[in-house]
Design a protein around this ligand. Structure first.
Ligand SMILES: *[C@@H]1O[C@H](CO)[C@@H](O)[C@H](O)[C@H]1NC(C)=O
Ligand SMILES: *[C@@H]1O[C@H](CO)[C@@H](O)[C@H](O)[C@H]1NC(C)=O
Ligand SMILES: *[C@@H]1O[C@H](CO)[C@@H](O)[C@H](O)[C@H]1NC(C)=O
Ligand SMILES: *[C@@H]1O[C@H](CO)[C@@H](O)[C@H](O)[C@H]1NC(C)=O
Ligand SMILES: *[C@@H]1O[C@H](CO)[C@@H](O)[C@H](O)[C@H]1NC(C)=O
Ligand SMILES: *[C@@H]1O[C@H](CO)[C@@H](O)[C@H](O)[C@H]1NC(C)=O
Ligand SMILES: *[C@@H]1O[C@H](CO)[C@@H](O)[C@H](O)[C@H]1NC(C)=O
Ligand SMILES: *[C@@H]1O[C@H](CO)[C@@H](O)[C@H](O)[C@H]1NC(C)=O
Ligand SMILES: *[C@@H]1O[C@H](CO)[C@@H](O)[C@H](O)[C@H]1NC(C)=O
Ligand SMILES: *[C@@H]1O[C@H](CO)[C@@H](O)[C@H](O)[C@H]1NC(C)=O
Ligand SMILES: *[C@@H]1O[C@H](CO)[C@@H](O)[C@H](O)[C@H]1NC(C)=O
Length: 758
């Protein structure tokens, strides 16, 4: 499943390309000493603080003193003290220090603060949330605050002006860090802070302030929470009205990611510690790791756990490591894990050949080429031979490999081998690039010059045309946005199964994350290249980074109607009302492992009929069955939770009252799995729901009882699902659903059955 390893990365594919560029141009960094920054995580703030508890920072310094031997060294080593929402600290430690601290009272885990690499208009209409509805509900939304952990924010963006906004909600306890380049927050952008513990060196190409030096955080903030902005587009592409999921809500930015070093665990935890305390309602985190971590060695899972203790739902990116099995990131059962799918338009940058054949390429091409035609050459035919390059090198248009004299003013056809070829074509004076690659057929990127991506199949037509005439000519058209079948899960979107808790389906849900237009930092060019002179207030990018704030916006929308709902209830509402995906569309073949319950449907989620609620105790119960003991558990929860009291069953995570059903079974054996569930009536007081089962093929699903009669609101009723099947082959994935139906209400839970021996 190995997508090679950055630790943390922004889950936008655009950043992925930028990293590519940056690696190309930079030299390696000097490696660190054997002392590194570690997070010492100490769980919840103890609830029984009647006695004189020590100040957290004092306690942490004492612990550090005992490993370092001096107060002075301890003070120097301490980078962060957490203590608003949970306990712990980050300090510079040697491996010996780490061993000693791991054995100390109160320590849940000690893990390296990883050295980090950086990882619309139409989309809200597409998920059935029209502007008219959002406008109606601006008043409801004004108490909602969405917090984002990201690259910062561009405060001058129209998406965050506060015209028409009332006073900041009184519950808000957060602040605004002002600097010469970030002068103030406002009634829309209520908070902004930055976290940069790993170095005191000022950021390269970034701002030592909450200002966004990358564009990513401005994009995610406007997607979740941005104001209505008229006539938004990228150079006329994807024109329409831009808005977030809750345009009437407030936004708070916690800048934890930097253009030079990415995002550190230590900083992510500091931001969670603040955000939970500050009073945000929803947290959106478009970050992740590309390898599985235990829940309490994963800064995002830790932050999300303490967030739900305070009633705050955390929306997470599922990751961009797809389409491989079990590549999903951010799979903790208490958070919302969001895959990325398409909306019903594609970015078509057509390649016209001189023989009247047109090829539909994919790209965000903002350029209108002036001339009617340009000479067309294949990189492999124009190697810089005197410079020592072969046609092998120049077929990929590697930097320097092209003979400038033979490329100048022409459109160059290049294989995308290891580095994006547009830069070298640009440097060699080419007029445009036609890039051959099969890996990006569902996601469009901006390029330095006029460019489009075609498949190897399409390339055959182009190359044989080049061969067929002495003076081949072509033109690349500016991008248009024709309709396309949708939603389709993006190939990059990480897939299930859940690598840690196999019996909880992940991802939970999908949301638009392909070719999304939203606000941008006007200081950052479209491609990030210094040579790129295009600066815009909107940009079109893709990734689970983009789908995560869509889900956060949808959650905020639901919360604006139901301020008292728990994170689990909001999540349940989103899952059970999701659009059911068409599994026959190419790209959706991984069914629930690709899209979870389906695509967000915020309008329906406001009135789901029934919800599967769960509280901290339910997650504790699950953790007990996953092997946590009282000692570790109490630290995490901060109270006297005990696995003895909750009698965990051997049924494990299947007993968690989750809105989806996942059977993970061994191949070659018949199986029976039981899922107790309980639903809370949030629809009509007197109502009778009937179970409708669509069983996975060859599988028996029994629901007992199969009728639930409610007599009042908030009444809870329980039922059991039993799933039986015969021997399955390894890597078989089957899907079905259980739907509780009453009148217009359809409360749907996907059922997934997967066989694999581990
Ligand atoms: C809308 O935006 C486009 C592209 O930026 C611009 O050319 C046009 O003048 C704008 N129209 C209005 C009515 O502002
Ligand atoms: C291309 O199409 C135009 C108009 O349809 C026609 O006049 C021209 O001869 C065609 N050229 C080729 C090479 O087929
Ligand atoms: C070929 O490469 C050499 C070495 O990089 C360079 O000096 C030269 O200008 C290149 N020639 C052309 C025609 O691009
Ligand atoms: C160019 O291609 C040759 C093989 O044709 C290879 O040996 C050489 O390493 C390549 N050079 C570069 C710079 O990639
Ligand atoms: C992209 O390519 C893959 C394999 O090359 C194919 O299975 C898939 O259907 C293509 N997707 C689109 C949207 O064309
Ligand atoms: C182009 O022509 C050359 C020489 O005739 C031949 O080797 C090559 O296969 C042709 N390429 C294509 C794509 O037709
Ligand atoms: C970006 O911001 C920096 C600092 O304010 C400024 O020096 C630089 O000129 C800006 N660049 C662009 C392209 O706006
Ligand atoms: C609880 O689990 C921790 C970590 O796995 C272990 O170190 C400890 O000994 C366990 N405590 C008990 C009482 O079993
Ligand atoms: C579900 O099954 C359990 C165990 O078999 C049983 O104790 C419980 O009463 C059942 N609940 C319902 C609602 O049938
Ligand atoms: C499913 O139920 C039917 C009818 O009760 C039974 O004949 C069949 O063996 C069951 N199949 C499995 C896989 O348990
Ligand atoms: C179902 O929807 C219709 C039309 O949207 C509405 O009139 C009716 O009241 C709804 N029924 C229930 C039970 O919600």
């Amino acid at each position: 499943m190995g997508i090679p390893g950055t630790n943390y990365f922004f889950l936008s594919m655009f950043s992925f390309l930028i990293i590519f560029h940056v690696q190309m141009l930079c030299t390696a960094k000097v490696p660190g000493l054997d002392r590194k920054d570690y997070v010492v995580y100490m769980g919840a703030i103890p609830k029984d603080d009647g006695n004189s508890q020590k100040e957290p920072a004092t306690l942490y310094l004492e612990m550090l003193k005992s490993v370092y031997g001096s107060s002075e060294a301890a003070k120097q080593a301490l980078k962060y003290s957490y203590g608003k929402s949970f306990r712990g600290f980050t300090a510079t430690l040697s491996p010996t220090h780490v061993q000693k601290l791991k054995g100390m009272d109160g320590v849940v885990s000690v893990f390296e603060s990883k050295k980090l690499n950086t990882l619309t208009t139409r989309s809200w209409d597409f998920v059935g949330l029209p502007a008219s509805v959002q406008r109606n509900s601006l008043d409801y939304q004004s108490d909602i605050i969405i917090g984002l952990l990201d690259t910062g924010i561009w405060p001058e963006s129209e998406s965050f002006t506060d015209e028409g906004f009332g006073p900041v909600p009184s519950k808000w306890r957060g602040g605004c860090q002002t600097t010469p380049d970030f002068s103030a927050c406002n009634k829309k952008l209520v908070g902004a802070k930055f976290y940069r513990s790993f170095t005191s060196i000022p950021p390269e190409g970034d701002f030592l302030s909450p200002r966004d030096g990358e564009g990513h955080g401005t994009h995610t903030s406007s997607t979740s929470t941005g104001n209505f902005v008229n006539n938004a587009s990228l150079y006329g592409i994807a024109q329409g009205e831009s808005r977030g999921g809750v345009p009437g809500a407030r936004v708070a930015m916690y800048k934890v990611c930097w253009t030079d070093e990415g995002c550190g665990d230590a900083d992510i935890l500091a931001a969670f510690d603040d955000a939970i305390y500050d009073g945000v309602d929803i947290i959106s985190v478009s970050l992740g790791t590309s390898f599985p971590l235990d829940y309490f060695e994963d800064s995002i899972a830790i932050g999300a756990f303490h967030a739900i203790q305070k009633g705050v739902l955390v929306s997470n990116s599922a990751g961009n490591s797809g389409p491989y099995r079990a590549s999903v990131a951010n799979y903790s059962p208490w958070s919302l894990t969001v895959a990325a799918s398409t909306i019903d338009r594609k970015m078509d940058a057509e390649l016209q050949l001189g023989n009247n054949i047109s090829i539909g390429g994919i790209a965000i091409n903002t350029y209108t080429m002036e001339k009617q035609w340009y000479p067309l050459v294949y990189g492999g035919d124009v190697a810089n031979v005197s410079g020592g390059y072969t046609p092998d090198n120049s077929s990929g248009c590697l930097l320097g490999s092209l003979d400038e004299a033979k490329v100048k003013g022409k459109i160059v056809v290049c294989n995308f081998i290891s580095t994006p070829p547009d830069y070298s074509v640009f440097v060699a004076g080419g007029a445009g690039a036609v890039i051959i690659n099969d890996g990006f057929n569902d996601t469009a990127f901006p390029w330095l010059n006029p460019a489009t991506i075609i498949s190897t199949e399409q390339a055959k037509i182009v190359l044989s045309y080049i061969n067929s005439t002495s003076s081949p000519i072509a033109k690349i058209q500016k991008t248009t946005t024709p309709k396309a079948p949708a939603p389709i899960v993006a190939s990059f979107s990480s897939r299930g199964f859940n690598p840690i808790t196999h019996d909880i389906l992940k991802p939970d849900i999908t949301a638009p994350g392909v070719d999304i237009l939203a606000s941008w930092s006007t200081n950052v060019s479209l491609t990030g290249y210094a040579e790129d002179t295009r600066f815009a207030i909107f940009n079109i990018i893709s990734g689970t980074s983009m789908s995560c704030p869509h889900a956060a916006g949808a959650a905020g929308f639901v919360k604006s109607y139901h301020s008292d709902w728990s994170p689990a209830a909001i999540k349940s509402a989103l899952l059970t009302t999701a659009f059911v995906m068409d599994e026959t569309l190419p790209g959706n073949a991984d069914v629930e492992f690709g899209y979870g319950a389906g695509q967000i449907n915020p309008m329906m989620a406001v009135d789901p009929g029934l919800v599967y609620d769960a509280g901290v105790d339910d997650y504790i119960n699950m953790l007990c069955s996953e092997g946590y003991n009282d000692t570790t558990l109490r630290l995490v929860t901060g109270d006297f939770s005990s696995c003895d009291l909750v009698t965990p069953s051997k049924n494990g995570a299947r007993e968690l009252n989750y809105p989806s059903i996942m059977v993970f079974t061994a191949p070659g054996k018949s199986f029976q799995a039981n899922f107790p569930r309980s639903v809370t009536n949030v629809g009509v007081a007197k109502s009778t729901y009937k179970a409708i089962v669509s069983a996975p093929s060859g599988i028996n699903v029994t629901v007992e009882p199969d009728t639930l009669s409610f007599s009042s609101l908030n009444q809870k009723l329980s039922y059991n699902v039993t799933i039986e099947g015969r021997s399955l082959n390894t890597d078989t994935l089957l899907s079905g659903a259980l739907t509780w139906s009453y009148g217009n209400y359809t409360v749907r839970s996907p059922i997934s059955v997967y066989a694999l021996s581990l």
